[in-house]
Design a protein around this ligand. Sequence first.
Ligand SMILES: Cc1ncc(COP(=O)(O)O)c(C=O)c1O
Length: 476
Amino acid sequence: MIYKSQKPTQIKTKAPIVEALKTSVENPTYQFHIPGHTKGQGAYPEFRKLVGKKALLIDTTDEFDNLGTLNPATGPIQEAEKLAAKAFGAKKTFFLLNGSTVGNLAIAMGLTRKGQKIITNRNCHRSVITGMIISGADPLWLVPNRLDEWGIWGSVIPEDVEELLKTHEDVAMVWITNPTYEGVVSDVKSISVICKKYNVPLIVDEAHGCLWNFNKHLPTSSLELGADVIVHSLHKTGGSMSQSSMLHISENSLLDAEKIEKALKLLHTTSPSLMLLASLDAARANLESQKGKEQIEKAVQNAKYLRKRIDDIPSMHQLKPDFGYQTDVMKVFVKADGLSGKRLESILEIDFKIEVESASDVGLLILSNIGNKRSDFEYLADCLEKISKKEYSDICYLENKKHMPMLTPNIKMNLQEAFYADKETVLKENAIGRISGEIIAECPPGIAILVPGELITEEHKSYLEDYEYIDVLMGK
Ligand SMILES: Cc1ncc(COP(=O)(O)O)c(C=O)c1O
């Protein structure tokens, strides 16, 4: 394998937040400030045992010990953001707590206002919708290709972007998701050319693509293809801790980064966790180190291995790039003849102790991660083979509903107005024909089934099996 033959060069990568935290642990002080567990002494003993003393020792916020501040970024945090910008090819990077969600909220809040339009794909993450509720902007929906046999949305069609730009005024931005949760990649280059032609910024929710800048077998990052702003959930695939993400502004963007920074300041916690920030700093240092690059290459090769093994199982199928669109090789979407995705997921979990990323009626999503070993994939592939040879019945006893909303919202009212309007809670059956007062979105993948201001129709019912009641607008 390529990664084994490469000779590691010992370039020492810097991780300023990690180093600052280390220094603070090595130089203890008498502490009379938050967090009140005071280096773990006041924590529940079982919890301390579970997470380890060290974890609580470094659980501090940005007011103390020369650790810098997050909003605005100063000291080691500022230094770490600069290093991240360089690593990801950005002009400026902001570290995010509360995930890419807070990045998306800040994009909408900072860059759009009431009455403006945002061109966005139907399968955007619910945080994009929440952003519109905050700012008051209205969506203009892009309906991507539908991959019906896989039960998922595909790529955004560049011509559709142009058509909407041609026919609408006061468009604040084009905001697309790339890749999709299942790894389908859009033609961001063409979309960015169109956006530039109409002088409209392009925002890309690249939450699931943070490794792309570090491996040539992976798609090209949207920053390189002309996007103005992107978000990356480093915690999803980049190796940082849960909730930690980044927002990058591209080198050539004319957007006012300060507007995003101001929104972030209002949206972020005033007690940022240094542990999470350090984990972002560490993840960036790791990804650009020789070892990190080898880990990514290994994950790519592991994904290829798994894909080859799945190809050898006649009753199993996988989403592939040669179906007419590009995909991220590390996200393997699998379906099995005669078994729903949910059923396959439950067999893997109950009979083989395997947990996958997610499952739907149709298939399931397996991620090849930088932390996985080849033997993990050998075991998984062996199990899939065993399942294919055994007569499993397709009793979907876990759930029986549609997961991925494949409907285009029929918006009857501005999202913000609908969210704040007087509402009543009605039985789902009585909600048909009414206007939704809430976002309903199952996570993962967090794609909205209903958004505030949307007309609820019969077609929604099969996506709402888990809901008995829905909030609808009073008298509407
Ligand atoms: C496309 C997309 N964007 C944004 C988010 C939000 O990311 P986070 O969980 O980091 O807040 C998600 C989460 O699943 C997502 O799938």
